[in-house]
Design a protein around this ligand. Structure first.
Ligand SMILES: NC(=O)c1ccc[n+]([C@@H]2O[C@H](COP(=O)([O-])OP(=O)(O)OC[C@H]3O[C@@H](n4cnc5c(N)ncnc54)[C@H](OP(=O)(O)O)[C@@H]3O)[C@@H](O)[C@H]2O)c1
Length: 280
C-alpha cells in the first residue's frame, strides 16, 4: 500500500537499514512509530521526521512488543504497516555455537518479529487491511559457512512469514519477506559470537538507502519476496540450480580464523556450570 498517511511501525530504526527506511517512509508521508533499544538516536531521528514518534523497545521482550503496537494504536487508531527490521548477526562454527549467543540471535531475529506479528495481525484483520514486511537475508536460503546460527534464525522467520501469509489469506493482510545481501552498516561490528573471524572475499556492499528503497517498493507492490540486487537474485538462482557445486565452492572460499583467547580448559577439567557458553 502507499505509505502516505499510513501508520508504520519500524523496528531497528536507530541505525542502518531501519533509519534509512524511516527517512524514506517519512518523505513518502507515513506516520512513523520508531522502535529500537537505544533511546537517544531514536529520539534524535524522530525529531527530524515529521509525524514520527520514538518508542524505545527491546523486541526480545514480548511485553514490550505488545506495548509498542498498543502505543501506535492508541496514538493513531490503527497500524497499517509493520516493518520487522531489528536484527543481530551471529558468527562462529556450528560446533562452537554457544546456547547464550544462539538464544540471543533467535530472541531478536525470530521471536521479536513473532511477538510483533502476533500483536498486529488481529488488529490488521479487524481493520480489513494491513501489511507486514519482514527483513530477512539471502543467507536464509543459502547459508555461508560460520554464519549458520544467524541463517537458521532468519530461515525460521521466513517459514513463519510464509505460513502467516497463508493463514491470513482473504483478510486483506499481506506478508512480504525482504532478502538483503551485504549492506554497509554497523551490523557486522555488532554481531554476536566471539572467538574468531570469518574470512571471505566480501561481495560489494550496498548502502542502507538502497535496501530502504526496496522496502518502500515492497510496501507499494506487496510482493511475496523481494531482493535488493540482481547479483543477490542470481546467486540464489545458482544455488538452487547447482546446490552441490555451490556448497563446494563456498566451503573452499570461506575460512574461519580463531583469535587468541583464554586457554581452553584441560580435557580432564570439570564441565562448566550453568547455561553459559555451552556448545549446543
Ligand atoms: N547489514 C547487512 O549486511 C545485512 C544483510 C542482510 C540482512 N540484514 C538485516 O537487516 C536488518 C537491519 O540490519 P542493519 O544492517 O541495519 O544492522 P544495524 O546497523 O546493526 O542495525 C540494527 C538495528 O536493530 C536494532 N536492534 C538490535 N537488537 C534489538 C532489540 N533487541 N530490540 C530492538 N531493536 C534492536 C538496533 O538498535 P539498538 O541497538 O538501539 O536496539 C539497530 O537499530 C537486520 O534484520 C539484519 O539481519 C542486514
Amino acid at each position: 500500500m502507499d505509505p502516505r498517511h499510513r501508520v508504520v511501525i519500524i523496528t531497528g530504526a536507530s541505525a542502518g537499514i531501519g533509519a534509512a527506511t524511516a527517512r524514506l517512509f517519512a518523505a513518502a508521508g507515513a506516520k512513523l512509530v520508531l522502535a529500537a533499544r537505544s533511546r537517544e538516536p531514536l529520539e534524535r531521528l524522530a525529531a527530524t521526521l515529521p509525524g514520527a514518534v520514538a518508542a524505545p523497545t527491546d523486541v526480545s521482550d514480548p511485553a514490550q512488543c505488545r506495548a509498542l503496537v498498543e502505543l501506535a494504536r492508541a496514538r493513531h487508531g490503527r497500524v497499517d504497516i509493520l516493518i520487522n527490521n531489528a536484527g543481530v548477526g551471529l558468527a562462529g562454527p556450528v560446533v562452537e555455537l554457544s546456547s547464550d549467543d544462539l538464544e540471543r540471535a533467535l530472541a531478536v531475529n525470530l521471536f521479536g518479529p513473532l511477538w510483533l506479528m502476533q500483536a498486529v495481525a488481529p488488529l490488521m484483520r479487524a481493520q480489513g487491511r494491513g501489511q507486514i514486511i519482514n527483513v530477512s537475508t539471502v543467507l536464509a536460503e543459502q547459508p555461508l559457512p560460520y554464519l549458520g546460527g544467524y541463517a537458521a534464525a532468519k530461515a525460521a522467520l521466513e517459514r513463519l512469514s510464509e505460513t502467516l501469509r497463508m493463514e491470513l489469506r482473504g483478510a486483506g493482510v499481506s506478508v512480504t519477506v525482504v532478502r538483503p545481501g551485504s549492506t554497509r552498516t554497523e551490523f557486522r561490528a555488532r554481531r554476536l559470537g566471539a572467538g574468531g573471524e570469518q574470512r571471505r572475499l566480501a561481495p560489494p556492499a550496498v548502502p542502507p538507502e538502497t535496501v530502504a528503497r526496496v522496502i518502500l517498493r515492497a510496501a507499494r507492490r506487496e510482493p511475496l519476496r523481494a531482493y535488493v540486487t540482481v547479483g543477490d537474485r542470481m546467486a540464489i538462482w545458482l544455488a538452487r540450480l547447482l546446490p552441490g557445486p555451490v556448497e563446494a565452492l563456498l566451503s573452499r572460499a570461506i575460512t574461519w580464523e580463531p583469535v587468541a583467547g583464554p586457554a581452553l580448559p584441560r580435557p580432564d577439567a570439570p564441565p562448566a556450570q550453568g547455561h553459559g557458553r555451552d556448545n549446543l
